[in-house]
Design a protein around this ligand. Structure first.
Ligand SMILES: Cc1cc2nc3c(=O)[nH]c(=O)nc-3n(C[C@H](O)[C@H](O)[C@H](O)COP(=O)(O)OP(=O)(O)OC[C@H]3O[C@@H](n4cnc5c(N)ncnc54)[C@H](O)[C@@H]3O)c2cc1C
Length: 389
């Protein structure tokens, strides 16, 4: 059952292809990985081989250059089919910082490998234990020394670091008290982790409530060639920010996909399950929450499309990207909660996959940006209310 007319109007062929691929990776595949907290290597290989992870890379560099709408359709479909794109979404968009701010040489050096999957750029090192959402308070430093930078510090929640060759790293190159604006003095680097892992770079996995391959990473006098600096020294915060709207749209698309999966499951079960000699869906107390979750999913879906449309047209989409992310994360979590309720006790049984998807979709109330910070952004930058922090 398709839950939105947009499924047929918007990249229908790509959605069909992704659906066929996902059919090879059914519930038991994800359940077993979840129990062992293992990375879905076979699934990622299949997506890479089919070219789905390189749609945002221009054809000149080996990708298909299809744009954000296609990428959103792919990730949404992965989620709607019960799979989990969190294991690979960063391979799609993290390279955008290189594409927009890298030198020609850096683009030629990295992008074709990322497009083919030979080079995995899945790790994005921004968050630190002490700074949290206040990114400019980060403490990791990169100090120029001849032809290299020497990096010291720590990141947390660096997802997929163990399954990545490269990391996009944000570090402070000028102390915060020596810059006019706290957003200055931060720089972005491409770290080739293969060269430093186990020496000056240590990765420690963090076990979380869902299977997410997230880690903390430690830099101990880690040397990176100066040529791995992206763009200008001290301007890195802007470069990272410029990629965040794309990330928010894509994660919002994943949440819409999750909401579709939960709602499809809720409808099927509410029609099928008979209690008191009639389908439970005949009770409005069961049907209405499903209908409401559906309406909220559709509204979020439209905002995702609007945010992607503006992005592709080269127009500002900060407000729409943030609203899409918040509305979609709320819609997916509402649909997840309703799905558990509809299934009664069976919603808690692992073999139904609902509790797993419930845990997975809960993340998006917090990451990559929490709901409060989105509301703070809208209040200040869209509505002109006083800054709250
Ligand atoms: C599984 C997982 C994977 C992640 N992957 C990555 C990754 O790959 N790379 C990366 O860099 N980061 C990653 N993150 C980090 C993620 O982006 C942060 O957890 C998120 O931005 C919130 O930051 P924090 O955890 O430090 O919370 P904090 O900043 O400590 O905030 C805690 C709570 O306080 C609220 N709060 C804080 N300040 C305000 C305020 N001014 N007004 C109102 N409320 C406020 C927040 O909304 C939040 O609910 C990941 C996190 C998780 C859990």
């Amino acid at each position: 059952m398709l839950l939105s007319p947009l499924d047929q109007e918007h990249f229908a062929d790509i959605r069909d292809g992704v659906r066929r691929l996902c059919a090879e990776f059914p519930g038991p595949y994800w359940r077993e990985l979840d129990a062992r907290r293992e990375y879905p290597t076979a699934f990622i290989k299949a997506l890479t081989a089919a070219g789905y992870l390189s749609v945002l890379i221009p054809e000149d560099y080996g990708g298909s250059g299809l744009g954000l709408g296609a990428a959103a359709a792919i990730l949404e479909t992965i989620q709607a089919e019960g799979c989990n794109g969190a294991a690979c979404h960063a391979q799609m968009y993290t390279m955008g910082t290189i594409l927009r701010h890298g030198s020609d040489e850096q683009k030629r050096h990295y992008l074709p490998g990322i497009a083919s999957g030979e080079l995995r750029l899945q790790a994005f090192g921004v968050t630190e234990p002490t700074s949290g959402t206040d990114t400019t308070a980060l403490r990791t430093t990169a100090v120029r020394d001849g032809d290299s930078y020497v990096v010291n510090g720590q990141k947390i929640w660096t997802s997929r670091a163990e399954h990545s060759d490269l990391m996009l790293l944000l570090a402070r190159t000028t102390p915060r008290n020596q810059v006019a604006k706290k957003t200055d003095g931060l720089s972005t680097f491409i770290v080739d982790m293969r060269e430093v892992l186990g020496k000056s770079l240590t990765i420690r996995p963090i076990r979380t409530m869902m299977n997410h391959a997230t880690t903390e990473v430690f830099f101990d006098n880690m040397r990176i060639p100066a040529q791995n600096l992206l763009g200008e020294e001290g301007k890195g915060f802007r470069y990272i920010l410029s990629g965040m709207n794309a990330e928010r749209v894509l994660i919002a698309a994943e949440c819409v996909g999750d909401a579709k999966w939960f709602t499809r499951r809720s409808v099927a079960y509410a029609n099928d399950r008979k209690v008191f000699d009639r389908p439970i869906g005949a009770n409005q107390g069961v049907a209405f929450p499903i209908a409401k979750a559906y309406a909220n999913m559709r509204a979020a879906e439209l905002m995702v499309h609007e945010a992607a449309r503006l992005y592709e047209a080269g127009k500002p989409n900060g407000a729409e990207a943030n609203m899409a992310k918040m509305l979609a994360a709320d819609a997916s979590f509402e649909a997840a909660n309703v799905c558990i309720q509809t299934h009664g006790g069976f919603g808690f049984a692992e073999e139904y996959d609902i509790e797993r998807k419930f845990r997975e979709t809960r993340l998006y109330q917090v990451a990559p940006i929490s709901t409060n910070l989105i509301l703070a952004f809208l209040a200040e930058h869209v509505l002109g209310l006083p800054r709250s922090y």
